[in-house]
Design a protein. Structure first.
Length: 270
């Protein structure tokens, strides 16, 4: 028996990295997965983004655990396309109980692309709001509660001094989703729908482990580890996934409106 038996989780940015890790971790606890990703490259992002093949790998890993999975390629910036993807997924899987609002980009670079600011705000903030606008009425209409977790960052509770548009937009967007979380936590509480944010430090994924990010971090006087208190350079996707699995389970049934760091003590040193 898993802690999420009979549940369905809708996950954005699910093709790889934290999104794939969350999908597999929740599937291991018994959840079926509705996985969405853009599976395309944005010009402003200086590292390779996920591909359709990556999304298929997520599906195969979920299926290997004996769970149902439905995938869709959709851009969280496009409300209508995201809504179509979700509706088709609900037709296949029947309902949704858990929502992981995970899609995001981090085009941090010493040579920012001219679209870096707008792309980050559109994906990391407007994309989150688009997802919440879609899922909230579905969860309310179902009438059996639910759990939403938004992926923020340690940069949603702190900030590194910089004037680079991509990094500034990342920090602003990750602070912004905390405000959305707090508003929706209050708005949805009467319906027993819980909303929280998770705040990882640097995570061992392509978003962090790439030459542009390393160059940027050196330019602001830090490195990939970012000054964690515990003796690790960074956390791994499964560390975040385990926290998320707890947040969406009945073990956290009265936990809502919280900003949960999974950061090896990074924020405690700020």
């Amino acid at each position: 028996m898993g802690s999420l038996d009979g549940k369905v989780a809708f996950i954005t940015g699910a093709a790889r990295g934290q999104g794939r890790s969350h999908a597999v971790r929740l599937a291991a606890e018994g959840a079926d997965i509705l996985a969405v990703d853009i599976c395309a490259q944005l010009d402003s992002v200086p590292y390779p983004m996920a591909t359709p093949e990556d999304l298929e790998t997520t599906a195969l890993e979920v299926e290997a655990l004996g769970r149902r999975v439905w995938t869709a390629i959709a851009d969280v910036r496009d409300f209508d396309a995201l809504g179509k993807a979700m509706a088709e997924g609900l037709d296949r899987l029947g309902s949704v109980d858990i929502v992981l609002v995970n899609a995001g980009i981090a085009p941090m670079s010493v040579n920012d692309h001219q679209d870096a600011w707008q792309d980050v705000i559109d994906v990391n903030l407007t994309g989150v709001q688009n997802t919440l606008r879609l899922v909230a009425p579905v969860l309310v209409a179902q009438g059996r509660g639910g759990a939403i977790v938004i992926t923020s960052s340690t940069m949603g509770l702190a900030g590194v001094g910089t004037d680079k548009p991509g990094a500034l937009a990342y920090t602003a967007s990750k602070h912004g989703v905390v405000g959305l979380m707090r508003a929706y936590a209050n708005f949805l509480a009467p319906h027993s729908i819980r909303v929280n944010t998770v705040h990882p430090a640097g995570v061992g994924t392509t978003m962090v482990l790439n030459p542009a990010m390393e160059e940027y971090l050196q330019s602001v006087g830090t490195r990939s580890g970012g000054g964690n208190a515990l003796p690790v350079d960074m956390v791994e996707p499964i560390d975040v996934s385990s926290a998320v699995a707890w947040l969406v389970s009945d073990a956290a049934r009265y936990v809502t409106g919280v900003t949960l760091p999974v950061d090896a003590g990074y924020l405690n040193r700020r």
